[in-house]
Design a protein around this ligand. Sequence first.
Ligand code: NDP
Length: 286
Amino acid sequence: MSAQLIDGKALAAEVKAEAAAETEHLKAQGVHPCLAVILVGEDPASQVYVRGKVNDCKACGIESREYRLPADTTQSDLLALVGELAADRAVHGILVQLPLPAQIDEKAVINAIPPEKDVDGFSPVNVGLMQIGEECYLPCTPAGCIRMIQSTGTDISGKHAVVIGRSNIVGKPAALLLLAENATVTVCHSRTKNLKHLCANADILVAAVGREGFVTGDMVKPGAVVIDVGINRGADGKLHGDVNFAEAAEKAAFITPVPGGVGPMTRAMLMKNTTCAAARQNGITL
Ligand code: NDP
């Protein structure tokens, strides 16, 4: 392997230390940052994610409120809870763990979270503000990707960045944030022609496909920064990224591992969004 590893765990620890310091600063001014996390049903992966978020809050001194609702919760009951939390001045961030059971319209729930408490950055208002480069909450995974690229000392400006994937939660916002950093951005998806060729010309390659080992060594430009967002459960029962790590690491200058890469950074960025929400709602500068 010739690439340098971008250590997501170490970087996440740095980001969480920042969030912890911000929490102290807020507490000194009488504001106790608080994140409400709602989980509907018993999806095992979602349970793990929620447990992780609650633990991160603890580690940063942020108060967390956990709401576990049964899988047959109605949309109106969930909306009523979101409404209560929206009105509660002691709660600064509201996160509804996705996916939601089939009887609940995800869009309706996301739209019910007031933009100023939407620490996931998924609401249409935050998405629109991000699009026009105004103050907002950036979605945690793409924001984490940018921080990881910056941690390598790479100047994103003027680089050719290729994002594979165009989902609303990863691919599209990752492309927008790279554009905001003045990269020249190509977004690839399932209908893209010449995908291998496009990737092989990327100075920065972000893979958010959801297919184990999709990015092979021949798709990596020598010296590229490779960010692997994918989390795929392999036949071996372990987690694997979208990138064939062994092959890509021979060509890249910097690469993220899976696990221990984008995942921990995503969680850490949520803590930053929560302290930021508490500060903004109380007119405090961090
Ligand atoms: P989606 O399934 O919503 O999107 C996948 C994207 O990949 C789509 O845009 C799709 O194109 C594209 N795609 C699928 N197959 C191909 C192909 N053969 N060639 C080119 N493009 C293709 O997934 P998400 O964006 O939600 O997640 C992507 C991955 O990231 C998953 O593994 C997920 O688990 C992981 N993830 C990790 C997070 C973390 O914290 N590390 C957070 C969120 C997600 P099209 O639009 O044309 O269908």
